[in-house]
Write a protein that binds this ligand. Structure first.
Ligand SMILES: NC(=O)c1ccc[n+]([C@@H]2O[C@H](COP(=O)([O-])OP(=O)(O)OC[C@H]3O[C@@H](n4cnc5c(N)ncnc54)[C@H](OP(=O)(O)O)[C@@H]3O)[C@@H](O)[C@H]2O)c1
Length: 373
């Protein structure tokens, strides 16, 4: 069947903060499948801040998108035609779908088959996917929390930040958020259970620092840093001895054409005097244990310990709008775009292992190991 693929093209590298001209909608006919290929209908795309890093020419931990290419994005695709021996029609796959309605691929190993018994499909783009796993490994592996400690989270209402907050709170930490506005601070306390929340917009580093001191009377033991930049500089004087500063992202310096140009206070004095451990976290390093994180997160979602919130726009033409809603902090939850509905009846992947794993009474560790094979 002849099909057209509507897509969002990346036109040029942004100077400074990305603006809408970096994207152009386009359409191209889909070629016929060759032997070994499969065709996926992209159902959901995830709008992630890390996509900005892919637009920059500077060295990064993720691939770079070249001008003229379809803009990268992670998402869920459902296989609708296959000439690949191991990929069945109907299967739902998680991976790099890019900002387009269809994808043609041959490397099945670049995608993960999702178990729909473990979690709802879209949860794999938030709490039970990259977002949740970033929070999980960042907090537990790098943050090494002890009950009663104070966990401070910048971009505290972001998808990653809000999951880290819920995981931290249920572990017994006192959680504090840094967010853009007072309204968002109130919302963060109500929705994500933060004990306190401060706003940064329109404040000097000194003003924000004073607010952090009030919100964290016992100091900061773990700083889950989604922003870097001035916000993180304001945290410097509030670390306790042996604090952990986990660098997760650079939202606060993403307006710089080259984030290596970031300047600020040198932090060695605080690091030395307080014996702070500052460490970058890249999820790719945790790939071998990804399945066990997914199982842990799916269980917590199923048992209501982690709440999810999605903000879904419809259609390929709304992908640029969704991207800028995410970038401007306007999204009410994980920003997704629905391109097509998933046909759940067409996916023949058995769901029972997922259902068993999330059942309260089941020895989940053994099953998690089985699934991870
Ligand atoms: N290291 C890894 O492997 C890894 C993997 C996934 C994600 N991440 C990182 O995790 C962080 C959160 O990602 P996400 O997907 O959860 O984001 P998200 O849900 O899309 O939320 C983004 C939030 O960033 C805040 N923000 C936007 N511009 C900002 C600015 N200039 N300064 C400060 N805050 C700003 C906004 O909140 P406010 O309105 O409160 O400012 C917005 O709500 C990002 O830094 C991302 O790169 C890292």
């Amino acid at each position: 069947m002849n099909r057209n693929n509507r897509l969002v093209r990346f036109t040029h590298r942004p100077e400074g903060r990305p603006s809408p001209e970096i994207f152009a909608l386009a359409m191209q006919p889909l070629p016929a499948l060759k032997a070994g290929e499969f065709l996926g209908r992209n159902c959901y795309l995830s709008m992630d801040p890390a996509l900005v890093g892919r637009m920059r020419g500077e060295s990064n931990y993720a691939e770079t998108v070249e001008p003229g290419e379809t803009m990268h994005a992670y998402g869920l695709t459902q296989v609708i035609e296959s000439r690949h021996p191991a990929v069945k029609v109907g299967t739902v796959l998680l991976g790099r779908c890019d900002m387009q309605e269809y994808l043609i691929a041959s490397d099945a190993s670049a995608f993960t088959r999702i178990n729909l018994g473990l979690a709802e499909p879209t949860a794999y783009l938030s709490a039970v996917g990259i977002t949740g796993a970033t929070a999980y490994f960042g907090l537990f592996d790098l943050g090494r929390p002890k009950a009663g400690e104070t966990l401070l989270i910048s971009a505290g209402a972001s998808s990653v930040g809000s999951i880290a907050a819920q995981l931290g709170k249920s572990f017994g930490l006192r959680t504090v958020a840094i967010v853009s506005s007072e309204d968002k601070a109130e919302q963060a306390k109500q929705e994500w259970g933060y004990a306190a929340a401060v706003s940064y917009r329109g404040k000097s580093i000194e003003q924000l620092s004073a607010d952090i001191a009030r919100a964290c009377p016992n100091g900061v033991d773990i700083y889950f840093d989604n922003t870097s930049g001035d916000i993180s500089e304001a945290v410097l004087d509030h670390f306790n001895d042996f604090a952990r500063h986990i660098v997760i992202g650079r939202l606060g310096i993403s307006h710089l054409s080259d984030t290596r140009q970031d300047v600020g206070r040198r932090d060695n004095n605080a690091i030395l005097a307080k014996r702070i451990r500052k460490q970058g976290m890249v999820l790719l390093d945790h790939k071998p244990r990804m399945m066990s994180a997914i199982v842990q997160l799916a269980k917590r979602v199923r048992h209501g310990e982690i709440q999810l919130k999605d903000d879904v726009l419809e259609g390929i033409e709304n992908v640029p709008k969704a991207f800028f809603r995410m970038l401007n902090g306007e999204s009410q939850g994980k920003q997704l775009v629905r391109l097509a509905e998933i046909d759940l009846s067409a996916d023949s992947t058995p769901r029972w292992p997922g259902r068993l794993i999330t059942a309260r009474w089941f020895p989940t560790a053994a099953l998690a190991r089985l699934l991870a094979r």
